[in-house]
Design a protein around this ligand. Structure first.
Ligand SMILES: Nc1ncnc2c1ncn2[C@@H]1O[C@H](COP(=O)(O)OP(=O)(O)O)[C@@H](O)[C@H]1O
Ligand SMILES: [Mg+2]
Length: 249
């Protein structure tokens, strides 16, 4: 493959920077040290988080790809915090997979924290950050509504909704196996998918301690962004610990 080199910054998101490259088919995705919670309400910098997240994400994308999940991962980028990815049209859904009831699930239904689900439980939210109406940000969206609002969701076919759901549940099973071997209990995670010019739907974005809840199996300690959300102290410890276990395996 020809050398792909990054050119201009085209998007600086809450946690990641997106660069155009010398090829129209590829982007460079760089994980930054920026951290935020509550849709940007709480913000800080965590040194070396970008490198840790990119290394963890890259290892997971390669693992999932080798187990039959199509992903955007292509190769390493220009620095340890970045990777080259296939450029996709992002589908504005956050696809959440839960093994236990925690976080927004418990808030929404007023249920007790910690209930374990028998199978990976998948739900969708509509990725629709709206600074003028924060209460409407990222509302839950059901399977039937996704194709009904295809002009907004970019998914017009019920079978594609089912495919996204299937990929997410499969990613859940594969990641739980992966993390159990590292002494980590995967509680829940969020995925984003995109569409290639061919129409193919692939797994995009990131899979990192910013987007997964990860608990140490022995100690019960949080090793993810909950350390920041819940002011548990030493935020970088979670990222460093997961990186170490992923690299040592
Ligand atoms: N393969 C891809 N092609 C195009 N865009 C992508 C791809 N993977 C991720 N993205 C987008 O890159 C951006 C990454 O920035 P990020 O800081 O994560 O944004 P956000 O504030 O939306 O979380 C997101 O908008 C995400 O949807
Ligand atoms: Mg993001």
């Amino acid at each position: 493959m020809e050398q792909i080199t990054r050119t201009t910054l085209i998007h600086a998101g809450k946690a990641n920077n997106v660069y155009a490259t010398t090829s129209p088919d590829y982007l460079e995705l760089e994980s930054s040290d920026r951290i935020s919670a509550g849709n940007g309400a709480k913000k800080d910098i965590v040194s070396n988080k970008g490198i840790a997240n990119n290394q963890i994400s890259s290892a997971l994308f390669q693992y999932l790809e080798s187990h039959g999940i199509p992903t955007h991962y292509v190769c390493e980028g220009s620095n340890p915090a970045s990777k080259i990815v296939k450029k996709a049209t992002m589908i504005p859904l956050e696809v959440i997979c839960r093994f236990y009831a925690v976080g927004s699930f418990c808030k929404r239904y007023g249920c007790e924290k910690g209930k374990k689900f028998d199978t990976p439980f998948v739900e969708f939210t509509f990725k629709h950050d709206n600074p003028d109406a924060p209460a409407l940000s990222d509302p839950p969206i059901d399977r039937k509504t996704i194709p009904l609002l295809s002009e907004l969701t970019l998914v017009s076919d019920e079978r594609e909704v089912a495919l996204i759901e299937y990929y997410t549940a499969r990613v859940g099973e594969l990641m739980r196996e992966f993390y159990i071997k590292l002494g980590v209990n995967l509680i829940d995670f969020k995925l984003e998918f995109g569409r290639l010019p061919s129409g193919e739907i692939i797994l995009c974005d990131e899979i990192s301690p910013d987007t997964c809840r990860l608990i140490d199996l022995k100690t019960g300690e949080s090793l993810d962004k909950d350390r920041f959300r819940e002011d548990l102290g030493d935020v970088s410890k979670g990222y460093e610990e997961i990186l170490k276990r992923v690299c040592d395996q």
